[in-house]
Write a protein that binds this ligand. Structure first.
Ligand SMILES: [Zn+2]
Length: 131
């Protein structure tokens, strides 16, 4: 695909935290990983988004995506959407609402504690809480 390996950063094994939403390769069933490539210019996004590839760890299957992370806390959530309170790179307060596939109990805990967490957003959907 002609991308520069030096700029690749594997930021996460995807969808494997809660089990039921685990993302496996549709072709061979092996685990898939997300690799961030070049940053994208996107004036509408308060965060730096990356041109990304979701790649199978076993076969040649690859999916292009746009991904970014937000360090923030859970302000509110329901089964479909999550409201994340965070700061933009310029330091202003930002409330962002995204669709999510996260575990209900995890979100409940994060909301109750107000704990800061890093949220991984892929194609405008929150798919994982990192670390
Ligand atoms: Zn595969």
């Amino acid at each position: 695909m002609g991308y520069n390996k030096k700029n690749m950063e594997i930021i996460s094994g995807l969808w494997d935290r809660s089990g039921k939403d685990s993302m496996n390769c549709p072709k061979c069933g092996a685990k898939m990983i997300l690799i961030q490539l070049e940053p994208l210019q996107d004036a509408e996004n308060a965060y730096v988004a990356y041109d990304s590839i979701i790649e199978c760890t076993k076969c040649e299957n690859k999916i292009r995506a746009v991904s970014f992370t937000i360090l923030g806390s859970v302000k509110n959530f329901d089964v479909k959407n999550i409201e994340i309170a965070s700061w933009s790179p310029s330091g202003s307060r930002v409330i962002s609402i995204y669709e999510h596939i996260l575990d209900y109990d995890l979100l409940k805990k994060l909301k109750e504690t107000g704990e800061l967490a890093e949220f991984l957003i892929v194609n405008k959907q929150v798919v994982q809480v990192i670390g």
